[in-house]
Each structure stands twice: as structure tokens, then as C-alpha cells.
Design a protein around this ligand. Structure first.
Ligand code: GLU
Length: 446
């Protein structure tokens, strides 16, 4: 979709010129700006206050050297990032990604998405993101600790419960958060639980945080189904990925009566027509930290070289990484009768694939709405830390389910109000934008 409004086009050109060689960031900005034409037409105050230019420019970006020593005694080097994108609604909030592909453009796209996602949760959290090109895969626990301690030795100056609150993302789970929080505690000489989320249950973590992104994506999909008079009962579901988001999406789909018949990792995709055996998958991925091929030694079959989107399904939940669902994948989903796609990952659907899906009438939920349950539960963890309380699983899950319903309804209502009924992309972008934009106007030119 071209950007037609002249103000938005000018902002877009400025973003491209000022941030060369950052294709993922450009893609994320373009998708939001495409939705904002009716907002600009209706609210000239945002143009006058240069809100859209300002929202596309991070408030602060930190890039740092991360030296560490491996098990062989060799000095290794990685690069660390923290992009503090927008703090109009609250402290910067967003995960850390440790993956060899991580670079400034990817961290910026994630941070930009996070602004709108966090706004959609209705909670007082700004947007930020960070990470490193460090690859935890194949590293010993000691090496991961050495890296995390070095990373935090720089990052600690920039974070804090009222400043910036990191959490996990790809490559950063409970183990990494533990080492990061430990080093933060040591350097700051404070038990500042609210400075990091995704913590372990015995040291300030929240029940349901581990499950929240996957569960939340399925709750959001459940609301989409309900709005169309359907449910998960008897539905065939494909979930790409097999990390934290995918595993708990699979768990919740099964609890709600659907069957997940395929998942994947970079070694290939796994088809198990009887439904993915979650205990086996958790054992392989979370305990043994192995590939899905190890699952296929026991059940199902591993397909290498093909595309998981060729597996027929009613519902697809791309939950691996950005741009993993290309145009051909979307065409295959549509041809096989898929009618719902909700993004568990951040920006997994390419713009071309999105056009195919929406053109075929597939109900589509963008990640900034569908996967907001993770960060929303991080905000619930911060609430528990602030009040020195810990809630039950049941209470926390009810809060998560309600938040996802509210996000769904807010996206649907906003899409209606701005002339795009049923378009969750427009609904999410506009309603996420409005809350931040109003706060930015109120806070003045800062
Ligand atoms: N990385 C997650 C996301 O993409 C969670 C962030 C958080 O909990 O702060 O939203």
C-alpha cells in the first residue's frame, strides 16, 4: 500500500534518509505510516507538534563493546545495543535479543514496534529494545554467564525500574535473565526487582510470565474466532518456531480444543498429525536445548528444505522470527483453506504476504496486538514487585486474558471508527499511536 498523505510521505522519506541500511526498521515504520492517513486528516495537532517525526526517532541509542572469555580461555567480542525509543507512557520497556543476526536496524524495528504494542496494553510502559549478536546456542552455561555479566557491566548504567526495564526475547530466557539480574544486583548494590522482568519465581518473577506471550496470542486468536461465531474446537493449527512463544501457544491451543499439527526450528519443520506432544517438545527444546529433529526420533516426521506453510491448517500462528512468512507461504496457506493468522513473533509476515492474506479475506492479527501478552505480563510482574506481592497463577492468567480481550476489542473498535472494519493492522496501529501521541502532545517538545 503506498503512503498517500504528503506529510506522512515526507516523514517516511526522512526516516529512509536518516537511517540507511536498516531494512527491517524501514519496513516497521512503513507499516505504521500506511495506517495513519485518517489520523493525520482528523487530528492536525499531531502534525503541528511533529509527533510522527518524533515517534520515529529513538530518544536514545546505546551501542557498546562486550568482551568476554570462553571456556578455552580465549577473549571473544560481541556488540551490545539498547534503543530507548519512547518514554511518553512510562519507563522504556522491551526485551533483549541475543542472536547472531542482531544489529542496530533489527533492534530499532523491534523497539519501534514495542512503542505501539506497549501502548495497546493500556499499561504505563514506554517502548525500548536491546540485544547483542552473541549466539547462546552451543555455548556452555559458564560462557553464557561470562557474556551476560560483561553485557550488564555496561547496560546497568542505562536501566532501572523507573528508567528502562529489559526482559527476554529470542535467545534470552530464564537462564540469561538470571545472570543479567545477578550482575545488575551486584553492580547497583540494590535488590531492585522491577529493573528486569522475566525473573525466576523464587527471586521476584511472576507466575504466567513464561507462558504469557504464547497464551496471549492464542487468547487474541480466540477473540477473533469468537467475533466470527467460531472457536478453537476441532481446528487444525500450525505454529512456526519451537521457542518460548511457540511452546506455550501450542499448550493453550490444545487446552482450548484445537490441534497443533506442525512446528519448526532452523533445522526444518515437524509434522505430527496426532498433535504435537508438548512434554516431549519441552524436554527436547527447554531441557536438552536440542533441535526438533530430536523430537522426530520419537514421533512425527521432520521435513527439511520445505516450508511449514505448506501444511494445511485452519489457523496459522507464525511464532519464530521476522519475515518468516513470505508471499509464497501466504499463498499456500490461502490455497489450503487457512482463515486466521495471528503473529506470535514480531513482524513475521512480509508486506507481500500480508497483501495476499488480506486480499483473500483471512482474518489477520499483527504481532503488536496479538503478542502483547508477554510484555503486559511483564508489567504485571512490575506491579507485583512494586507492591512486594505475588499473585496466584489463576489470578494472573485471568488478568492476561482480560488484557488480550481488551486489546482485541480496542483494535476492532478503532478500525471501525477509522473506516477499516475488520482490519486489525489499522486498528492496532491507530489505537497504539493515539495513546502515545496524546501523551507526547501533553508533555511538550521534549
Ligand atoms: N520481547 C517481548 C516482546 O517482544 C517481551 C518484552 C517484555 O516483556 O518486556 O514483546
Amino acid at each position: 500500500m503506498p503512503i498517500t498523505d504528503s506529510h506522512l510521505r515526507a516523514v517516511h522519506e526522512e526516516v529512509l534518509a536518516r537511517n540507511p541500511a536498516e531494512p527491517e526498521f524501514h519496513q516497521a515504520v512503513q507499516e505504521v505510516l500506511e495506517s495513519l492517513a485518517p489520523v493525520v486528516a482528523r487530528h492536525p495537532q499531531y502534525v503541528d507538534a511533529a509527533i510522527i517525526q518524533r515517534i520515529c526517532e529513538p530518544e536514545r541509542q546505546v551501542i557498546f563493546r562486550v568482551p568476554w572469555v570462553d571456556d578455552a580461555g580465549r577473549v571473544r567480542l560481541n556488540r551490545g545495543f539498547r534503543v530507548q525509543f519512547n518514554s511518553a507512557l512510562g519507563p522504556y520497556k522491551g526485551g533483549l535479543r541475543f542472536h547472531p543476526s542482531a544489529n542496530l536496524g533489527i533492534v530499532k524495528f523491534l523497539g519501534f514496534e514495542q512503542i505501539f504494542k506497549n501502548s495497546l496494553t493500556g499499561m504505563p510502559i514506554g517502548g525500548g529494545k536491546g540485544g547483542s549478536d552473541f549466539d547462546p546456542k552451543g555455548k556452555s552455561d559458564r560462557e553464557v554467564m561470562s557474556f551476560c555479566q560483561s553485557f550488564m557491566t555496561e547496560l546497568h548504567r542505562h536501566i532501572g525500574e523507573e528508567v528502562d526495564v529489559p526482559a527476554g526475547d529470542i535467545g534470552v530466557g530464564g537462564r540469561e535473565i538470571g545472570y543479567l539480574f545477578g550482575q545488575y544486583k551486584r553492580l547497583s548494590n540494590r535488590y531492585e526487582s522491577g529493573a528486569i522482568t522475566g525473573k525466576g519465581l523464587t527471586w521476584g518473577g511472576s507466575l504466567v510470565r513464561t507462558e504469557a506471550t504464547g497464551y496471549g496470542t492464542v487468547y487474541f486468536t480466540g477473540e477473533m474466532l469468537r467475533a466470527r461465531g467460531e472457536s478453537f474446537d476441532g481446528k487444525r493449527v500450525v505454529v512456526s518456531g519451537s521457542g518460548n512463544v511457540a511452546i506455550y501457544a501450542i499448550e493453550k491451543v490444545h487446552q482450548l480444543g484445537g490441534t497443533v499439527v506442525a512446528c519448526s526450528d532452523s533445522s526444518g519443520y515437524l509434522v505430527d498429525e496426532d498433535g504435537i506432544d508438548l512434554e516431549l517438545l519441552k524436554e527436547v527444546k527447554e531441557v536438552r536445548r536440542e533441535r526438533v529433529s530430536a523430537y522426530a526420533e520419537h514421533r512425527g516426521r521432520l521435513v527439511t528444505g520445505g516450508s511449514i506453510w505448506d501444511v494445511p491448517c485452519d489457523i496459522a500462528l507464525p511464532s519464530a522470527t521476522q519475515n518468516e512468512l513470505p508471499e509464497a507461504g501466504a499463498a499456500a496457506l490461502v490455497a489450503n483453506g487457512c482463515r486466521y493468522v495471528a503473529e506470535g513473533a514480531n513482524m513475521p509476515t512480509t508486506p507481500e504476504a500480508l497483501r495476499v492474506l488480506t486480499g483473500a479475506g483471512v482474518a489477520f492479527a499483527p504481532g503488536k496486538a496479538a503478542n502483547a501478552g508477554g510484555v503486559a505480563t511483564s508489567a504485571l510482574e512490575m506491579q507485583q514487585n512494586a507492591s512486594r506481592d505475588s499473585w496466584t497463577f489463576e489470578h494472573t492468567e485471568i488478568r492476561l486474558a482480560q488484557i488480550m480481550k481488551d486489546i482485541h476489542d480496542r483494535c476492532a473498535t478503532t478500525a471501525d471508527e477509522y473506516g477499516a472494519p475488520g482490519d486489525y493492522v489499522v486498528g492496532a496501529n491507530i489505537s497504539g499511536f493515539l495513546r502515545v501521541a496524546d501523551a507526547m502532545v501533553a508533555l511538550g517538545v521534549i
